[in-house]
Ligand binder design. Sequence first.
Ligand code: HEM
Length: 67
Amino acid sequence: MRGPALDLVATRLTEDQLIRQVLQGGGNMPAYGKNLSPSETTALVRFLETLHPSINQQPQMHRVRQP
Ligand code: HEM
């Protein structure tokens, strides 16, 4: 059993939603609230956000140009 790729998750979920997913689990994911301290949870969610901080930091060839 494994979860989905998380490299774009910060574009789909807000920080509050990411924290909730880690603490409470959901779907088929186990909850981590008993295993992580608040600062560990914050660090983990901040890390997930760095995976995709902004669309402007995507590689050039993947950038969508707006008219
Ligand atoms: C600390 C480790 C983990 C983190 C930070 C994490 C994070 C996340 C996040 C942020 C999502 C939401 C994805 C989305 O909505 O696009 C997610 C979903 C999911 N994760 Fe994890 N996860 C962890 C561990 C695990 C493990 C160990 C499993 C499997 C045993 C798992 C299985 C899943 C599944 C199946 C989903 C989809 C939930 C659904 O069906 O709605 N995750 N995870």
